[in-house]
Design a protein around this ligand. Sequence first.
Ligand code: HEC
Length: 273
Amino acid sequence: MVEVPEYLLARSRERRAELTGTPPPDAGDASPETPSAEAPAAAAAVPAPVAPAPIPEAAPPPPPEPDPPYVQAAHARKRMPYWAASVMVFLPIWAIFYVGMLEPPDSEELVLADNGATVYSTCASCHGADGSGTATGRQLNNGELLLTFGPAPGFDGLAHHLSWVYLGTADTKRLGLDFYGNPDRPDGQREVDSFASGMSGFSNLSLEDLVSVVYYERVVHGGLDAETAALEEEMLLALVADAPAFETGSPDEISALLTESALGHGIDLAAGE
Ligand code: HEC
C-alpha cells in the first residue's frame, strides 16, 4: 500500500468532519493508537470508512519497470509540429497535380472539340458564340463554313481552313492570294478582305490550339459528318504529334504536312473519300 502522509490523512478527516457535521473522532485518537507517525498502516486503518474509495484507483501497484529501449526512443523522438498537419492534408492534392505534370503532353489526351471550345472564345466576339456571325465576322453555321472549307473533290478544305485561321486576311494577301476557300463555292469563291475590316491571323496559337479551334468549328458550326470528322481528328492529332513548324502557313504547305503526318502514322487517307 502506498504510504499516505499523516498530514494528508488529518486534512481529509477534517474535511469529512466539516461535511458530515461530526467532530473529527480520531483527531485525538490517532495518536494514542499510533504513538508514532511511522505507522502508516494503522493510520490508514483509522479513517477506514472514508479512505477505501480512492484507494482502488490510487493503489494499482504499477511495476515501475523502465520502458523498453524502443519505447523510450519513441517517446524521445521529435513529434511532427502542429503546423505540419495542414501540410499533410494538402499532400494528396499536390501529389495528384505533380503526377499529372510528370506525364508528357500526349496528343492522344488532347480532346480537340473540348480544347477547341475554349479557344473559340477568342473568335466568338466576331463570329458569335453559335457561329451565326456578327457585323464584324462572317457567319460559320448553317452550312456557310463547309461551303468555304468543307472537303470537296480536289480541294483540301481542312488544310485551307487551318491556313486561313493561321494567316488571317493580311497574311493571306501577303502570300499573293486574293481568294480563299473552295474555288467552286456556289456563290463564288471568297475574296480576301471582303467582309467588315477583315480578320487578324492567329499564328500566335500553339499548334494544339490551332487544330482544336479549326476542328471545333468544322464539327460544331459546320456539322461535319461523323465519319469525316473522325478521319480529320486522326489527321490533326498526327500533325500535332509530329509538330512541324510552318514556313509560310500556305494552304499548299499545310496540305502537304497533313498528308505526310497521316502517312507516317498509318492513317488510311482513302477512308474519307
Ligand atoms: C475581329 C473579328 C474576328 C475575329 C476575332 C475572328 N474572325 Fe474569323 N473572320 C472575320 C472576318 C471579318 C472574316 C472575313 C475575312 C475577309 O473577308 O478577309 C472572317 C473569316 C473567317 C472564316 C472564313 C469564313 C468564310 O466562310 O469565309 C473562318 C473559318 C474564320 N474567320 C475563323 C475564325 C477563327 C477560328 C477565329 C478565332 C481563332 C476567328 N475567325 C476570329 C473576323 C474575325
